[in-house]
Design a protein around this ligand. Structure first.
Ligand SMILES: NC(=O)c1ccc[n+]([C@@H]2O[C@H](COP(=O)([O-])OP(=O)(O)OC[C@H]3O[C@@H](n4cnc5c(N)ncnc54)[C@H](O)[C@@H]3O)[C@@H](O)[C@H]2O)c1
Length: 352
């Protein structure tokens, strides 16, 4: 078997610790080091995982990257949404491949400069759009990409988080938006499934509930956006994070696709897909690992498959995998257009 890929993780909060765990559990990778600007967090996790720990990611890259000892060839970047750009840039400039949590960045110019930098430095830059690997999403992908539902008229996608997510779970809620924190996956899935781009966007935000509880006027409770795709599909996206504490989950979602010759309805946590055609109807429930579930002591599911696809791309020097930054930059453009549409109460047209 070929040597393991040496990897590091920058930003070891909720998601970064999961990346670190999976890198340690997989045969193809060796976790070499972690970095977190919170020195205590970095030291504690480094000691627990028995790997080197840094507070400054630049020191880690210089010491262990290709321009240092060469033990590390790739990294995960899982810092908060607004803090991806400079770190990914430092990784690519240090000769590393990077697997970055969604959203790639919160700014179109920054996203585009990272795509150019990856190309210039021959770096593999992939976004963790793990939801593409959920089996129920694979099924929807097959149905849409094979035109089994005919031309698609409408898609409605709901994503809800509990209010305690921006209030308590992450400390940086006001510095992101539900469209970036939650709906990155939906925008990615829908653009990928339809193999189409968004032409124009309308959006409205609601404010007041979280801003009162967090004492920050910037944070929105949620955004509803309507997207017109170039081939005609109309997509309605609901993205909000105000579910009460009594809701039994951190998050849930719902998807509906209405086509010329068929329609489907998919519940997120219930994992029930109902499919209706003119001469056919079926209902399926998915019960295997979802995003990341422990099976016989190690994590399995869509997250692990997504991470391994990055490892494979890094090994094969495949710069253009379907979740590469270059092939998914449109998601950032759509997110930017939604925020601008909500702020200006106008229709935003995306460039052709
Ligand atoms: N793929 C998914 O389904 C999914 C799910 C949830 C979150 N995420 C994304 O993962 C990322 C991390 O989210 P999280 O929930 O783990 O957040 P978190 O707040 O739990 O962790 C972020 C960590 O980054 C560290 N950090 C901040 N700035 C840093 C810097 N400059 N250098 C090094 N470390 C720094 C913080 O100290 C913290 O430990 C976000 O972009 C988020 O949107 C992805």
């Amino acid at each position: 078997m070929s040597a393991k890929l040496g990897v590091g993780v920058i930003g070891v909060g909720i998601l970064g610790s999961r990346h670190a765990r999976v890198y340690q559990e997989q045969d193809a990778t060796q976790l070499v080091a972690i970095a977190d600007s919170d020195q205590k967090k970095s030291d504690e996790l480094g000691a627990k995982l028995n790997v080197r720990a840094y507070a400054d990611h630049r020191a880690m890259i210089a010491a262990l990257g290709p321009k240092g000892s060469g033990e590390m060839g790739a990294v995960t970047v899982s810092t908060p949404d607004f803090a991806h750009f400079e770190i990914v840039r430092d990784c690519l400039e240090g000769g590393l491949d990077a697997f970055v949590e969604k959203p790639l960045t919160m700014d179109v110019g920054e996203a585009s400069s990272l795509v150019s930098l990856a190309s210039k430095n021959s770096g593999v830059l992939v976004v963790n759009y793990s939801q593409r690997w959920l089996p129920e999403h694979r099924h929807v992908e097959d149905l849409l990409r094979s035109s089994s539902l005919g031309s698609i008229a409408f898609i409605e996608s709901h994503r809800w988080d509990a209010a305690w997510v921006p209030q308590k779970m992450i400390g940086w809620g006001p510095k992101t938006t539900p469209i970036h924190f939650m709906s990155s996956h939906d925008i990615d899935l829908i653009t990928y499934w339809l193999d189409d781009k968004v032409d124009s966007v309308q959006a409205m935000a609601h404010k007041g509930i979280l801003s009162a509880s967090l004492g920050n006027p910037e944070i929105v409770d949620g955004i509803i956006a309507i997207l017109r795709f170039r081939k005609g599909t109309v997509v309605s996206l609901h993205s909000s994070w105000i579910l009460p504490s009594g809701f039994p989950l951190a998050a849930d979602s719902y998807l509906e696709v209405l086509g010329e010759t068929g329609s489907l309805f998919l519940t997120g946590s219930g994992r029930e897909l109902r499919l209706y055609k003119n001469d056919w109807a079926e209902k399926m429930t998915y019960s295997g690992p979802a995003t990341a579930n422990e099976v016989q002591g190690r994590l399995e599911g869509a997250f692990v498959k997504s991470l391994l696809s990055f490892v494979d791309a890094s090994r094969k020097r495949d710069f253009h995998v379907p979740t590469s930054a270059g092939r998914t930059i449109h998601v950032v453009e759509v997110q930017d257009a939604i925020i601008r549409a909500a702020q200006t109460a106008s229709i935003v047209h995306l460039k052709g």
